[in-house]
Write a protein that binds this ligand. Structure first.
Ligand code: 5AD
Ligand code: SF4
Length: 479
C-alpha cells in the first residue's frame, strides 16, 4: 500500500512567509500530504520565496537548479517529484520561472494559496500551472485551519496574519506590487484563529502584517477596529498570556496602540518599528512619509506610556544619493532612539520600483563599508542591552528543550532567547528567571529559575552607563 504523500516546504524571508507555509501545509493535509523536513524524501517541494532583496531571488534559482537534479534522479528511479514556487518571487516573476527552469511544475502567488490543491491537479494534467492573480475571494476563508496535532507540533508560540499588503509605496520596496493593496481580516476571524490556537496550548501569539498597525478590520460592532482595540480583545482569550505584533509603520501609530502598551500586561514591551534612514533627505526620497523628528516623537510617546519598551528597527544603507553625512545621520538616529537591535541591508535595486531608476546609485563597496559600521554600532547597543539584563529577574515563556541535556530554552518579554537548566514540564509555562550572564556573543541569556515572583516587565531596569546625554529618552527601560 502507498503511504501518504510527503511535502517539503522551504520558507525564505519574513515571518509572514513562515505563517503562509504553515497554512499551505494545512491546506494540503486533507489532500493526503504530510510534512517532511527533508527535500529528498518529498513528493512535492514548495519554495515559499521572498523578493525583497536581490540575493533572495538568486538563492531561489540556485535552489531550483539543485532540485532539478534531485527531480531527474527520482524520475530515473520511477518516482515523480513535483516542484512548486510560491511567494513574492512567484508573484513578481510569474511565467518567467516556468520559462527559465523546466523542473518547475507550478507557480502560485501569495493570494492564491487556497487554490493549491486544484493547481496541483492542473499541473498533473497539463504539465504545469500558474496562478498569480489577486482573486476576488478572500483566501483566508478557504485556507484550511491547522489540525490540533499540527498546532501542537509547532509549539507554544504562533503567528496569525491579520493584515496583508501595503499602500505606502516606499520607492525601494516591491511589497505593494507583490502583495497588493492593504486589506485587514475581520475581527471575528482573527478571534476564532487565536481561540483555536489557545485551545491547543499556544500561549503567545504574534500578529502579522506588512503594515500591521494600519489594521482596520471590521469589528463585531460594525465599525473598523484598530490594532489597539484588537489587542485588548485577544488578551481576553483564556490561555493567551503574551501578544506581539510586527511589522509597524511609524505613520500608523495611533493613541489606542500607545494606550495598549501602557495598560495591557499581555502586550510585550518590544516593538519593531522600521525607520530605514536617519536622514530626512533620504527619507523623503524613499517616500517614507515621515521625518526623523516624527520617528523620534513617536518613540517618545511610546516611552512615556511604557518606559520599559525596547525598540528594534530596519535600516537600508546606500540608498541612491546617500552621502556620508546622510549615513552619519542614520548612525546618530540609532543612538538617539537607542535601537537595541536591527535588521540592516545594503540597498538592492528592485526592478519596477522608482528607486531602481534613480541617478546616483551607490558603489557596492561603499554600501558594504557603511553596513559594517552600522552593524558594529547596533551590536554594541545590543550587547549593552543584554548586559543591562544581568541580575534582573525576567518572566520567561519556555518553548523547547535546549541544546544540552537538562537545558530548556524560552524567551524573555523582550524576545531575548534565555537558557536555563530546568525540567521539561516547564515548557509552555511562564516562570521567573534570574539572569546570570550572557553568551559570549551576547545573542542569548543564561539564567536560573527564580523562586520569588518575577518583576513585571515594566519594572525599572538597572541603569547602564549612557554614552550620549543629549536626548530625552531617560525613562527607557532598555538603558
Ligand atoms: N533593498 C534593501 N532592503 C530592502 N528592504 C526592503 N526593500 C529593500 C531593498 N530594495 C528592507 C527594508 C524593510 C525590510 C523588510 O527589508 O528595511 O523594512
Ligand atoms: Fe514596503 Fe514601505 Fe510598505 Fe514597508 S511600508 S511594506 S517598506 S512599501
Amino acid at each position: 500500500m502507498n503511504g501518504p504523500r510527503k511535502v517539503y516546504i522551504k520558507s525564505y524571508g519574513c515571518q509572514m512567509n513562515v505563517y503562509d507555509s504553515h497554512r499551505m501545509a494545512d491546506t494540503l493535509a486533507p489532500e493526503g500530504y504530510v510534512e517532511t523536513d527533508r527535500a529528498e524524501n518529498a513528493d512535492l517541494v514548495v519554495l515559499n520565496t521572498c523578493h525583497i532583496r536581490e540575493k533572495a531571488v538568486d538563492k531561489v534559482y540556485s535552489e531550483l537548479g539543485r532540485l532539478r537534479e534531485m527531480k531527474d534522479e527520482a524520475a530515473l528511479a520511477g518516482r515523480r517529484v513535483s516542484i512548486a514556487v510560491a511567494g513574492c518571487v512567484a508573484q513578481a516573476e510569474g511565467k518567467e520561472i516556468l520559462r527559465r527552469e523546466r523542473a518547475v511544475d507550478l507557480v502560485v502567488g501569495p493570494q492564491s494559496y487556497h487554490r493549491l490543491p486544484d493547481l496541483l491537479r492542473k499541473a498533473e494534467r497539463e504539465g504545469h500551472a500558474l496562478d498569480t492573480e489577486f482573486p476576488a475571494e478572500d483566501k483566508f476563508d478557504f485556507l484550511a485551519p491547522a489540525s490540533r496535532e499540527a498546532t501542537r507540533k509547532r509549539g507554544v508560540t504562533a503567528f496569525v496574519t491579520i493584515q496583508e499588503g501595503c499602500d505606502k509605496f516606499c520607492t525601494f520596496c516591491v511589497v505593494p506590487y507583490t502583495r497588493g493593496a492593504e486589506i485587514s481580516r475581520p475581527v471575528a476571524k482573527v478571534i476564532a484563529d487565536v481561540e483555536r490556537l489557545a485551545d491547543t496550548g499556544v500561549r503567545e501569539v504574534t500578529l502579522l502584517g506588512q503594515n500591521v498597525n494600519a489594521y482596520h478590520g471590521d469589528g463585531p460592532d460594525g465599525k473598523a477596529w484598530t490594532l489597539g482595540q484588537l489587542l485588548w480583545r485577544l488578551a481576553e482569550i483564556p490561555g493567551i498570556a503574551r501578544l506581539r505584533y510586527t511589522t509597524s509603520h511609524p505613520r500608523d501609530v495611533d493613541d489606542t496602540l500607545i494606550a495598549a502598551h501602557r495598560d495591557l500586561p499581555a502586550l510585550m514591551p518590544q516593538l519593531h518599528l522600521p525607520v530605514q534612514s536617519g536622514s530626512d533627505r533620504i527619507l523623503a526620497a524613499m517616500n517614507r512619509q515621515h521625518t526623523t523628528k516624527d520617528y523620534l516623537a513617536v518613540i517618545e510617546k511610546f516611552r512615556v506610556a511604557q518606559p520599559a519598551l525596547c525598540f528594534t528597527s530596519d535600516f537600508i544603507v546606500g540608498f541612491p544619493g546617500e552621502s556620508d553625512d546622510d549615513f552619519q545621520a542614520t548612525l546618530r538616529l540609532i543612538e538617539d532612539a537607542n535601537i537595541t537591535t536591527a535588521f540592516s541591508f545594503k540597498y538592492s535595486p528592485r526592478p519596477g520600483t522608482p528607486a531602481a531608476e534613480m541617478d546616483d546609485q551607490i558603489d557596492e563597496d561603499v554600501k558594504a563599508d557603511r553596513l559594517g559600521q552600522l552593524q558594529t554600532l547596533v551590536n554594541r547597543q545590543h550587547e549593552r542591552f543584554q548586559q543591562s539584563c544581568v541580575g534582573r529577574t525576567l518572566d520567561v515563556l519556555f518553548e523547547k528543550p535546549g541544546k544540552f541535556d537538562g537545558q530548556i530554552t524560552g524567551r524573555s518579554p523582550y524576545l531575548q532567547p534565555v537558557q536555563v537548566m530546568g525540567h521539561p514540564s516547564l515548557i509552555g509555562n511562564i516562570a521567573p528567571v534570574t539572569i546570570t550572564g550572557t553568551r559570549t556573543d551576547a545573542k542569548s541569556l543564561f539564567g536560573v529559575v527564580a523562586q520569588p515572583a518575577a518583576q513585571p516587565h515594566n519594572a525599572a531596569v538597572r541603569p547602564v552607563v549612557r554614552r550620549r546625554r543629549t536626548n530625552s529618552w531617560r525613562r527607557c527601560g532598555c538603558r
